[in-house]
Ligand binder design. Structure first.
Ligand SMILES: *Cc1c(COP(=O)(O)O)cnc(C)c1O
Length: 385
């Protein structure tokens, strides 16, 4: 676990200055827009008895009575009871969170709000999850790439990132991913914070922390007080077993949250999702999720140990729920796995990790089946190297 760096930190800015510093990064068209967000309610909306204000159908959908949810009613935009629970899950006050339809929507909102088409730019550090670049392409925004330093365990290259910013002040949003997908490692916390300090008033530093609970490291959202241009993306997909419900949470300075809220879809979650999530983030739900994370971490250790005994295989250290594994003939291995009914991700087309596959940690039985295929593959390899 890396400690907070002391270099290059900006003095704590006054609140109003910070608001202005952040606000002027946004696209002018968006600042001129009135917020279309329905606004937040202080309490749950459940106590309104007769809703005749939104042209809803007063009858439940067919088939009636499958569950007691108000499917015929529009859901709350930012459900207050979920924000209260997320405040517990993520240790963050409500006004610093925006619920989105997964990290994908959060990424789109950031690019659309802060980057003007054919003018501004984002920066990514490959090899990395592809959605950040897709959002930029959709918005006709340039993409700078500063690869992670493979020889240094896929750490960031802050000097090169800052050099790119000097050469293109239109660089408005840096997307970092920590723990990084697909390499699995946390990047040095001090590097992220130093970038945030150096780029205050110039760019947002966005940390996608989809896997942070698997790392044992403290989430970066704790640093937003000291670094108001730091934005942290969380999702319930991987830590709370809710990939099927698509719930993301942007954690940021209230100025950033306010800007994103202007352009977000008004109601990111359905009634079914809200009910599912409320259970998953209840105290019992959190305990259940933590226990499962513990089980996955136990399996990660066991699988790493098993793989380390096989010839021709190298496992990269992981802070997430998957392993990046260098193998001989990754495409052939992926094919063998498919024949055994197992999907893994072949990284053969990803520059920098062409010899790798990414393998998610499953249950004990799933992992045993996966290891059996890998053993068979290793037995046909030309030995170590
Ligand atoms: C899986 C993954 C996501 C997906 O998040 P959703 O909330 O399901 O959209 C986002 N970022 C990274 C790095 C991921 O690996």
């Amino acid at each position: 676990m890396s400690e907070l760096g002391v270099t290059g930190e900006a003095p704590p800015a006054r609140r109003q200055d910070v608001m202005e510093e952040i606000t002027r990064l946004a696209r002018p068209e968006i600042l001129e827009m009135a917020s279309s967000a329905p606004g937040r309610t202080a309490q749950r909306e459940g106590d309104v008895l007769t809703r005749l204000d939104a042209n809803e159908n007063p009858y439940p959908p067919f088939p009636a009575g499958v569950d007691a949810l108000p499917h015929n009613r529009y859901p709350e935009a930012q459900p207050a009871h979920l924000l209260d629970r997320f405040a517990d899950c993520f240790g963050t006050p409500r006004d610093r969170m925006l619920i989105t339809r997964g990290v994908d929507e959060a990424t789109d909102l950031l690019v659309r709000a802060f980057c003007a088409a054919r003018q501004d730019a984002i920066l990514i550090c490959p090899p990395v999850f592809g959605r950040h670049a897709v959002s930029a392409r959709l918005q006709s925004v340039a993409i700078h790439e500063v690869p992670l330093r493979k020889e240094a365990g896929f750490e960031l290259d802050p000097d090169r990132i800052l050099a790119v910013h000097r050469s293109d002040p239109g660089l408005k949003v840096l997307f970092l991913c920590t723990p990084n997908d697909p390499t699995g490692n946390l990047v040095r916390r001090a590097d992220v914070l130093e970038l945030a300090s150096r780029l205050l008033g110039k760019a947002l530093v966005v940390a996608d922390q989809t896997y942070v609970e698997y790392s044992g490291d403290a989430p970066l959202s704790r640093e937003i007080d000291a670094h108001p241009n730091l934005v942290v993306l969380r999702t319930l997909s991987k830590e709370y077993s809710l990939a099927g419900e698509q719930v993301g949470i942007v954690i940021a300075h209230p100025a950033v949250v306010g800007i994103l809220e202007r352009i977000a879809i008004p109601r990111p979650l359905t009634q079914s999702t809200i009910a599912t999530v409320a259970a998953a983030v209840s105290p019992a739900g959190i305990e259940y999720a933590r226990a499962n994370i513990g089980r996955v971490l136990g399996e990660r250790r066991r699988v790493e140990d098993a793989l380390s005994t096989l010839p021709g295989i190298r496992v990269h250290p992981s802070d997430a729920n998957f392993l990046l594994v260098d193998v001989d003939r990754p495409e052939e291995l992926t094919h063998r796995m498919r024949q055994a009914g197992i999907r893994i991700l072949d990284c053969g087309a990803v520059p920098g990790i062409e010899d790798s596959v990414r393998i998610s940690i499953g249950t004990y039985r799933q992992n045993q089946a996966m290891l059996a295929v890998l053993r068979a593959h290793a037995a046909t390899s030309g030995g170590p190297g």
